[in-house]
Design a binder for this molecule. Sequence first.
Ligand code: HEM
Length: 334
Amino acid sequence: MSHTIRIALAALVLSAGAVLAQPQPGSPSGQNPTTRAVNEEQLLREFERLDGRVTIPDSKAATLEQPQGREWRTFREGWLPWIAGIAILGMLLALVIFYFTKGRVRLDHSEESGTKILRFNTFERFTHWLTASSFIVLGLTGLNYIFGKRILMPLIGPDAFSALSQWGKYAHNYLAWPFMLGILFMMVVWLRDNIPNRVDAAWLKAGGGFLGDAHPSAGRFNAGQKIVFWIVMLGGIAMSVTGIILMFPISAVDVNGIQLNQAIHAIIGVLFVAAILAHIYIGSLGMEGAYDAMGSGEVDLAWARRHHDLWVEEQQAKTASGPQLGGSRPIPAE
Ligand code: HEM
């Protein structure tokens, strides 16, 4: 091939390349600089978020895209329902299995049966039910955020679901305050009796009397109840702090902080509900005689002796005439 022909061919190839590289109108992968400049995926990979400029006072409006929002949405819509479902259904299943294998913990009868001893005074019971009733509504309305549109909406229809969810939202926001007050009162009335000690280690070692026939000694609260108390205190404080941050968005933390905060609030919340299901079980169906402590406030002395022997001795030592009685039948003279 002659030199001149080679040059002509090279020029032809180059010019063909130039023609192909011309902007292709409407093609996102073309050379149109405007299209390339707004390639969203590439920009999101390069920057933390896409900000523009606004002249209105609310500077947050300048953020056009916040990629972490997608991660949060994946968590909120993908992971969270699974975590919540496994925790809550897993606990319910465990309790059902426990009930059908172990059955109710029965009341032991002794010569002390029928005599009552005051376990919780009026203020303690008020504190318990203030916390418990607000917690139950908070738990149910909280679960509605996660499962409502998946489970409830198909059952009751969008109109009823939206009205219910709106009231649920008000209830969640307003009942958070009596719940927090309840946590504070519980701390005042029960903290002293829930400090862990050596008796708790022995109680745990004996499986709390649930695993064998032994009835390990316990003070006013046994180790299992102390665990419940500390779950309620620490869980309550964590839910309160994260909840208040969610109630006043963007005042303490930015949008990323809010997302993280929501994730913490939701995860602790569902674990808290699962743990409290076990407490509700043992305080009602699971143990004969236990409910009276929070109902009338008085329990059977035989029950108290079996489950809280050290506390009964302590109470008896306080009064010259025997145990502190709140009930109707006097204790027989020794
Ligand atoms: C219908 C629901 C509930 C029932 C039937 C129930 C029942 C009881 C009973 C009978 C006791 C006294 C146990 C004893 O004699 O020592 C108790 C104690 C307690 N409850 Fe509840 N409760 C319920 C809900 C709640 C909720 C929602 C919370 C907190 C979020 C809670 C927190 C506590 C705490 C911290 C104690 C003291 C520690 C303990 O005994 O475990 N309870 N409950």
